[in-house]
Unconditional design. Structure first.
Length: 201
């Protein structure tokens, strides 16, 4: 047991060190979020986060590392978006958060989950209960260690839970486990259909 712990500690040290060395570059991406006056900024000069305004005079509204590629859904006065954080073990974790567009207060809606988009009837659609393939769940010892401590994830479980949220409250209104949820048919199966159609099968 001690040898496993020592090996994990050494692996963690080199992983964090190499990741830090790789981060030494200049970046300043400013990506608008469709349906709002917000943009996501990734920068080595300015704080990462949600901004209003343009890339030159934009105002930081909420600091953090937010996604824009898969899921950034504006639902009335709410923005549902992915937020990325590194775990103490060096894994990249994703949470789905809701940002009040009047106050810019953030609420975590789902931990260890990913917003994938909005279905045809307007409900945000998330994936939960899975480990991203980019973390190599079958061979990464750190993933297995995190899975044991989180109690929510299993590197041996196929697929993911598909969760539909009420856009007005952020609460789950429907959930189903799909062994093929990480496949190429996700959009056709869940995003291009209404919640009623998905529930009806």
């Amino acid at each position: 047991m001690f040898i496993v712990f020592l090996f994990s500690a050494i692996t963690l040290f080199f992983t964090v060190y190499l990741a830090g060395a790789a981060d030494r570059y200049v970046a300043n991406e400013f990506i608008p979020i469709e349906g709002s006056d917000l943009s996501v900024r990734y920068s080595s000069v300015f704080p990462d986060g949600l901004y209003t305004g343009d890339a030159v005079t934009g105002t930081l509204r909420l600091e953090g590392k937010f996604g824009y590629d898969w899921g950034a859904a504006v639902c009335g006065d709410r923005l549902y978006i992915n937020e990325y954080k590194a775990s103490p073990l060096g894994l990249n974790l994703t949470s789905v958060v809701c940002v009040d567009l009047k106050t810019y207060e953030k609420t975590v809606v789902m931990k260890n989950a990913t917003l994938r988009g909005v279905c045809a009837s307007g409900e945000p659609v998330c994936l939960s209960g899975y480990i991203a393939p980019s973390d190599f769940p079958q061979s990464n010892a750190l993933v297995r260690l995190y899975s044991m401590t989180s109690g929510e994830l299993s590197p041996d479980r196929e697929g993911a839970n598909v969760v539909f949220l009420d856009p007005a409250t952020g609460s789950a209104v429907f959930s189903v486990h799909d062994a093929e949820a990480l496949g190429e048919e996700f959009e056709a199966r869940y995003l291009e259909r209404t919640l009623g159609e998905v529930m009806a099968g």
